[in-house]
Design a protein around this ligand. Structure first.
Ligand code: DLL
Length: 442
């Protein structure tokens, strides 16, 4: 552990610490952020009325829209002169959200990211390849600071430029790597195309997250690279990377940094709290953030939380892998499907790659879902130049995929085969769903 005094804290002590920090945070936002003061007054609650951690449920939720409405600095609890760094979302789905960090916030963030590298099996002195994008996205610079804090030899590769990254991996011989699972998979493919075997690289561990991925993808990444792969989770509104991390010993759920965040799971429809072990929407309250503390932030991410002890000795609660996002859930002919569940199925079929896209169109009042799936190089060679849908093997493969989706996920979808590389590779987070529905007049 990087900070065993915090990461393996006895739970009763942790609870006391959480209460103290929760009170400080609520006080902070009440007296410094007019928005929160107004919301808390509306709910009839004053900071001094927080008597236990359970009182959290008396506080109002914060949503992404609240950050947008307060764009850019309306939720900041410090003067801008105390904010030492800004990060922002890309704003593709609306106004961007902006987050800020004080010197102390950056310091805590570096500790939390250093914890994640150690949890993945990293140690000072490792060469460490960071393929998260640098810039306004929190992935690159967040992991960067953690790597420096731990004392590794850092390669700030950022995203993109696959051939160059492969060369860097071959030449610098990193022990650890971090990036989105889709990007690191595409690096392995680039390496294979260059006639090299990724499994013969120096890599021992990989830290993957920032987008949903499946157990099947974990196996694929582990086998292709000959590494063990752990899941890292985070979101800019709460911190960035480092909110939770799997340990290499168990690889079974992500330890939430509970000394810095209070986690809840709620029913996304009713907002009611759900007990441990039940799947719902994750809600986080920051306990130490100075620049932009958030109260009961609704992440939109679907997971369960459990508190059984872990073999690694960390006492912090664990969350399951993220199943998907409330707003990414597709309802295909009445069946709820998260895109990453498709990935899990595709990984069982050797004739296809795990690269896929779901295209949604609308005909009349009905939504149509087409899953575009890319065939493997060896399958393409077998078929030659014949259009995939006209070849008997192509038709058989399409039928088989349709059946697998039906059997495993209960959905009937159309499947269209694509040739290798026809589905665009991500430089960072993969785009899995393309919505071509024209907005319908009300
Ligand atoms: O993606 C922070 C991050 C960077 C996490 C590097 C891990 C590694 P945002 O760009 O604000 O921040 O996006 C946050 O990404 O609400 C989830 O929907 C998704 N996400 C993040 N990690 C995971 C994960 C960063 N391990 C949003 N599994 C979150 C599934 C993830 N989804």
């Amino acid at each position: 552990m990087f900070q065993p005094e915090w990461e393996a804290m006895p739970r009763d002590e942790l609870l006391r610490l959480q209460l103290e920090r929760l009170r400080q945070t609520v006080e902070r936002v009440y007296y410094r952020v007019p928005y929160y003061r107004h919301r808390l007054d509306e709910h009839g609650i004053k900071p001094e009325q927080i008597g236990s951690v359970e009182d959290i449920i008396r506080l109002p939720f914060t949503r992404k829209q609240d950050l947008r409405d307060q764009y850019p600095f309306g939720l900041f609890a410090v003067d801008l002169s105390e904010v030492k760094r800004l990060h922002a979302s890309s704003g593709t789905k609306g106004k961007p959200t902006v987050v800020g960090y004080t010197r102390r916030d950056l310091d805590n963030w570096a500790d939390l990211c250093a914890r994640t590298i150690v949890a993945a099996g990293g140690r000072p002195g490792d060469v460490f390849h960071n393929a998260y994008g640098y810039g306004l996205f929190t992935g690159g610079l967040g992991v960067h600071a953690g790597a420096e804090r731990l004392g590794v030899t850092l390669v700030p590769a950022s995203g993109g430029n696959r051939t160059r990254q492969v060369t860097l991996i071959e030449d610098f011989k990193p022990r650890g790597i971090a990036g989105t699972p889709s990007f690191i998979l595409s690096l392995a493919e680039t390496m294979e195309e260059m006639g090299k075997d990724p499994a013969s690289s120096s890599l021992v561990y990989g830290i993957f997250g920032a987008e949903p991925w499946s157990e099947g993808m974990r196996r694929t990444l582990e086998e292709k690279w000959g590494i063990h792969a752990v899941d890292i989770y985070g979101l800019s509104e709460v911190l960035g990377p480092g909110v939770s991390i799997e340990c290499w010993q168990a690889k079974n759920g992500l330890h939430i940094a509970e000394d810095h965040f209070l986690v809840e799971v709620i029913d996304p429809d009713t907002g009611e709290p759900l007990p441990d072990g039940e799947t719902g929407e994750l809600v986080f309250t920051t306990l130490t953030k100075e620049a932009i503390p958030v109260i009961r932030y609704r992440t939109g991410d679907i997971a369960a939380v459990y508190r059984e002890p872990c073999v690694c000795g960390r006492t912090h609660a664990r969350m399951s892998r993220i199943k998907g996002r409330v707003d990414d859930m597709l309802i295909i002919r009445g069946v709820n499907v998260f895109p990453s569940e498709l990935e899990h199925v595709l990984l069982q079929v050797k004739e296809v790659t795990p690269h896929y896209q779901i295209i949604i169109t609308r005909e009349g009042t009905l939504d149509h879902f087409t899953v575009e799936v890319e065939v493997s190089e060896s399958f393409k060679e077998r078929i030659g130049d014949c259009p995939l849908s006209e070849h008997a093997d192509g038709a058989r493969l399409t039928d088989r995929l349709c059946r697998l989706f039906k059997d495993n996920l209960g959905v009937t979808t159309q499947v269209v085969l694509r040739r290798p590389h026809e589905i665009p590779r991500s430089e960072g987070k993969a785009v899995r769903v393309i919505d071509r529905r024209v907005p319908q007049p009300r």
